[in-house]
Design a binder for this molecule. Structure first.
Ligand SMILES: [Zn+2]
Length: 87
């Protein structure tokens, strides 16, 4: 026998940029954002910490320009399933 009833469920209702605070929700109901993360191990000074930041496209572009100003390069591919990391 199934017994039904109303339950409350936590779910994502928005993803906001960690820099400017703007919502990353699109007019189509999805989200467009960059998620940068790092998992630090025992050998780092951030022993066992996980760092994560969500960025809207505008703030991501600023971060990408900053990386390039440091001499770094953001790898860009057309296929989202592809990674530039090679073994
Ligand atoms: Zn932003």
């Amino acid at each position: 026998m199934k017994i039904t009833g109303k339950i409350e469920k936590e779910d994502v209702i928005d993803i906001v940029c960690d820099v400017c605070g703007e919502s990353t929700k699109t007019e189509y109901g999805g989200y467009e954002y960059a998620q940068l993360s790092a998992t630090w191990g025992y050998s780092s000074s951030k022993d066992e910490e996980y760092h994560e930041v969500c960025l809207c496209e505008r703030c991501y572009d600023q971060v990408a320009r900053y990386i390039e100003s440091l001499g770094g390069k953001v790898a860009i591919t057309k296929d989202c399933t592809q990674s530039s990391v090679s073994t």
